[in-house]
Design a protein around this ligand. Structure first.
Ligand code: SF4
Length: 267
């Protein structure tokens, strides 16, 4: 599977995230709904009836969401199996398979990035080995992927990501130490943060304008409304499309090839 296959393709999906996910108004979705129930804006053809208005309706949850390509993968299988999904309800088994696929696609996304970042021979071999195992797992029928499959893969991938992060940090980190886990609205403007570890940190509304973010680890961090104007993110670690969609940037923000520039960043 290529990095491009891990990008969301709503046009090749039966609106699975609009059915399978639990979501709330507070997170920028149109309504509070339980998992398995179709969003009331999803039409019979599995298309969003207000897609062109998501921006003006400020539905950030819908605009920012990313399934790592699990939607089109699962939809292709559903089609092949001739499974009928009703307008109102999603079958529990199909929903569970979709959730499992999303987790595996996310792991694959991170491993593919890791491969691009490391030069160390032994780490390259281990990462490639894990990547091959994951790709074999993803060739299974989605309904045959088990919970233990996911857990084993999750632990192995996390182990690799930890080693890659440690290796890169040792090589590139400067003297800036990041202490704490919550940095709501903090300004890091023009700071040299090369190699810093922001993984799993709350960075909502932080200002990174003109900062040096080379080799900064963003694994699982919450960057909603963080400002990346005039920043080069091409060598930052473990960014996802969801993180980029939920953050701010401008024309001068540089992104790696595998991330798509949000339309609002073209100013
Ligand atoms: S508003 Fe549209 S994109 Fe958002 S959940 Fe509903 S159908 Fe999906």
């Amino acid at each position: 599977m290529e990095m491009k296959d891990l990008r969301i393709q709503c046009e090749n999906c039966f609106g699975l995230c609009c059915r399978a996910l639990y979501f709330s108004k507070m997170d920028g979705f149109p309504e509070n709904k339980r998992a398995g129930k179709a969003c009331s804006y999803l039409c019979a053809a599995s298309r969003c009836s207000i897609y062109s208005q998501l921006g003006e309706k400020h539905l950030k949850g819908c605009m920012n969401y990313d399934c790592f390509g699990a939607g089109q993968h699962m939809s292709a299988w559903i089609k092949q199996q001739n499974i009928y999904i009703t307008d109102k309800q999603m079958d529990t088994a199909v929903m569970e398979s979709f959730h499992k696929l999303m987790k595996l696609h996310q792991q694959l996304w991170y491993l593919k990035q890791a491969i691009l970042l490391i030069e160390e021979h032994h780490l390259h071999i281990d990462t490639t080995g894990e990547l091959e195992k994951l790709e074999i797992l993803l060739r299974k029928e989605p309904d045959k992927i088990t919970k233990p499959d996911i857990e084993i893969s999750h632990d192995a991938v996390n182990g690799i990501l930890r080693r890659v992060s440690a290796c890169i940090q040792t090589k590139y980190a400067n003297d800036t130490h990041i202490i704490g886990s919550s940095f709501l609205g903090k300004s890091f403007k023009k700071q040299s943060l090369k190699g810093c570890d922001f993984s799993m940190k709350l960075l909502i509304g932080c200002d990174f304008t003109d900062a040096d973010l080379a080799y900064v680890n963003f694994l699982g961090s919450d960057v909603r409304d963080a400002n990346f104007s005039n920043v080069d993110l091409r060598c930052s670690l473990f960014l996802t499309q969801f993180q980029i969609n939920s953050a701010k940037g401008n024309k001068a923000t540089m992104l790696p090839d595998y991330l798509k520039r949000p339309r609002t960043w073209n100013k």
